[in-house]
Design a binder for this molecule. Sequence first.
Ligand code: NAD
Ligand code: ZN
Length: 252
Amino acid sequence: MIAPDLPTAISSLRDLIEEAHEIVPFTGAGISTECGIPDFRSPGGVWTKYQPIPFDAFMSDQEMRDESWRRRFAMEDQFGGAKPGRGHRAIASLYRAGKVPGLITQNIDNLHQASGIAAKDIVELHGNTTYATCLDCGERYELPWVRKKFENGNRAPDCDCGGYIKTATVSFGQAMPVEAMERAEKLACNCSLFVAIGSSLVVWPAAGFPLTAKRAGATLVIINREPTDFDDLADLVVRDDIGDALGPFIAH
Ligand code: NAD
Ligand code: ZN
């Protein structure tokens, strides 16, 4: 069912949330747009400006590694100060109320952690862009360190072990993190309410989790201002602004 208007959407959401024992939110870039971080697929989104750098290009070409870090530093200057929005804060409220055993996100912006959800309860399917790791030995590097090195040498620095240093994100063509996929699968299979928020649901395998949850018996809600391929499957579709739809669920 598509909610006919925002008040009806909020009241249906309230009923579903009250009834549910275990709510698993699944978030995409749309939850962070009100924080000033553009999504990929809205008109004028990042997608239209930059071609993503696939993993094999990063691995095989120093110029691609340099370009990838140049973009990352430009992003930091634009979005580094972003704060959690109403959607993040509403989820954090439900989490504090004991209703959310864990959260699955496609986002890499660290805003769920910033909203007060413990890192151990956040499954990041696509990693995290607020720090970096060596692709060979796993050593963690902080962004200011990488930036200083980059600016001194005008090249992306390598690890002492010789490995390449990359933001801790999953690029196109890079293997999905096995443990995160398993944890997400478990959360999706064991919840009573699964809420997909701000995802176009076209990036696989992440987009499969709403389907998994529904097949396992959960009630499925999709909150996204544009239609998705899974809307027909959902018990409730909310095509409104995420902050407007979830704002009433922030506990003050
Ligand atoms: P997407 O860009 O494909 O889809 C975002 C969806 O959110 C769109 O369908 C759009 O209509 C909707 N939307 C945007 N703002 C909204 C709002 N205020 N209210 C309601 N709906 C809104 O995003 P995706 O599905 O997450 O896939 C993109 C991939 O890119 C992800 O895998 C993610 O890793 C990455 N990404 C992450 C960030 C981030 O961390 N903030 C930003 C851009 C891209
Ligand atoms: Zn290393």
